[in-house]
Design a protein around this ligand. Sequence first.
Ligand code: SAM
Length: 320
Amino acid sequence: MIVDKLGRRFRNLRVSLTAACNYACTYCVPDGKRLLKARNELPATDLLNAVVLLQQATGINKVRITGGEPLVAPRFDDFLLGVMDLELSDVSLTTNGQLLLKKKDVIAESGLKRINISLDTLNPLRFKQIARGGDLETVLSGIDSMLDLGLRIKINMVPLRTQNLSEILPMLDFCLERGIELRFIELMRMGHLLHSSSFSTDFVSMETLLEVIGEQYEFTRTNAPYDSTAVRFHIPDKGVFGVIANESEPFCRSCTRLRLSSDGYLYGCLSSINKHYIGDLLTSPPHLVLPGLQDILAKALGDKKLAFQGEVTVMKLIGG
Ligand code: SAM
């Protein structure tokens, strides 16, 4: 097992099924171009094989399927069914929810238990301005369809000072009424935001968020697992919400995440530009595969930082 000085090891794998996305969220895709894939995306069988090998090499036992938008990838069905057949302690999916109605049957067939759906606003016009693709009603129907299936749902919202600050409480009410855990993601200095003034203009800190929520609700901080990304709060008789506080309270020192991009690169840290290609290893003679992977994983673990600094890497390329 590869472990660093802080006791960090890889336990959670995020697989980006494709870099293509049917949205072009202002904070993620500055040029507004949708559906752009990475140049050499690996076939589903290679990505699945990579998951099996990473499981053997590092003891990874949790996999999140993400993107880009994973549901636009033609290989989504095969990959989901394949991953669900592996002996993993947890499989989850992160999606913008636009295609959930279309994928309801395969999700039911797969036995998936939990899903994260990204939604930044309940206002249809605002939705179009932020996501620059899709429509709100379809996402809301998709959320209902997942509730019908009995999936455990978390909704991810990125609060942006100039765009959806007034929707923090309506979004929280929407989630509490449905037994959904809302997770506010502090805006991260990724991609174009690393060197853009729009980061500081739009950034909403955990402190500000809690002030806004405190106007309506009393809440207390609750325990979160050791390597959780979120700080969690309990509102008595109502439910729970979380904050992924990359800036205010970074979780880098207990980070166990590893990312695999759709074009076959491993990323050990969001705050590092380093990436490690494993596409060719997947077709190497079997006796070379695991040692080769161990070398690469040691390098990827060495990329982990002590605090979140952001990077020019675009979230949709590496699997948010
Ligand atoms: N398309 C899927 C979705 O929308 O959930 C998965 C990929 S998306 C990159 C994953 C998450 O990253 C979304 O919740 C999105 O809001 C978030 N995200 C992207 N760029 C971000 C940034 N700069 N800061 C904070 N969150 C970001």
